[in-house]
Design a protein around this ligand. Structure first.
Ligand SMILES: [Zn+2]
Ligand SMILES: [Zn+2]
Length: 293
């Protein structure tokens, strides 16, 4: 996703519409809306070193359909990430546990120097679960909540990196894998548009990439006996694709049925009842921090 100067207007418009439609989600949508707005503002200021991929490596990656980089390869703007981290901790500090408690405790530990935000960013990018485990044991900070705050602070830099790498795709429509062509992570949502083309949204870098229609992006099965979907009558713009082979599910939004702008991170929040339904049916999803927990 490249920077969209109108991102904040889009977020505010979508937010208002979704709150009216699902009043039960008002508080949660407001919280996430403020996080997404803070990210969009930061995105305009982040400065990350240019990612370059040598021509011979690029050729192999393209012919083998391998991701351009791994999630750990993303560079980040330390100053802007630090600023956003503090802002996100403040924005969430009044929330119910575990998020609010984690935000308040983290701010306090950062003030005394016991936790260094720079170390959090580094360890998050290295996917160092043990580090977050250790902080939970030592300071009682919920590790999933802390990972959520850290990851969301890094996201504007990650998106800037995606913007740089997008130029490496000559024919993006040729992609047939389930994982993200930029970072290799799995999708967190799908979008249908145009004449039924499906695109997948990367659960890590938010890159939007082509996805085959009758295909599970998690186990890559094309066996239609294993693939299914369900939706609620009154909200037919959303559906949940399920795979009996790997027991995973993916929420899909049909953009052709919308008369409003689309902002997929907010759609994910407004459809949490579909996650509940999918999980009750024995499927697992891909949310990093679970606001339902
Ligand atoms: Zn990605
Ligand atoms: Zn599957």
């Amino acid at each position: 996703m490249t920077f969209d100067a109108n991102a904040i207007t889009t977020i505010q418009t979508v937010l208002q519409i979704l709150k009216k439609r699902w009043p039960d989600y008002t508080a949660l949508l407001s919280l996430y809306g403020s996080i997404f707005e803070a990210q969009a503002k930061t995105r305009a200021h982040v400065n990350v070193p240019l990612s370059k991929i040598p021509a011979e490596i690029l050729k192999i990656k393209q012919s083998e359909q391998l991701p351009l980089i791994t999630a750990a390869d993303f560079k980040y703007d330390l100053y802007q990430t630090g600023r956003l981290f503090e802002e996100l901790c403040r924005l969430t500090s009044a929330c119910d546990p575990p998020l609010g408690a984690a935000a308040r405790n983290t701010l306090a530990q950062c003030r005394t120097g016991r936790i260094e935000p720079a170390a959090l960013f580094e360890r998050m990018m290295d996917d160092d679960d043990d580090y977050f485990d250790a902080l939970q044991t030592k300071y009682g900070i919920d590790k999933a909540a802390l990972a959520f705050l850290t990851y969301n602070s890094l996201l504007p830099s990650i998106e800037a990196g995606v913007g740089q790498l997008a130029g490496y795709f000559e024919s993006p429509d040729d992609w047939t894998k389930g994982y993200c062509p930029v970072c290799g992570s799995l999708p967190c949502m799908a979008v249908l548009e145009g004449e039924g083309q499906r695109s997948l949204i990367c659960g890590f870098c938010r890159h939007r990439y082509p996805g085959r229609r009758l295909f599970c992006p998690f186990c890559e099965t094309t066996d239609t006996d294993q693939l299914d979907y369900f939706y609620a009558e009154e909200e037919n713009e959303y559906r949940v694709n399920t795979c009996r082979k790997c027991r995973r599910y993916l929420k899909t939004i049909d953009a052709r049925k919308l008369t409003r702008p689309l902002f997929t991170p907010l759609e994910q929040i407004a459809t949490l009842h579909l996650d509940v339904k999918a999980r009750e049916s024995g499927f697992t999803g891909a949310m990093m921090f679970d606001p339902l927990a």
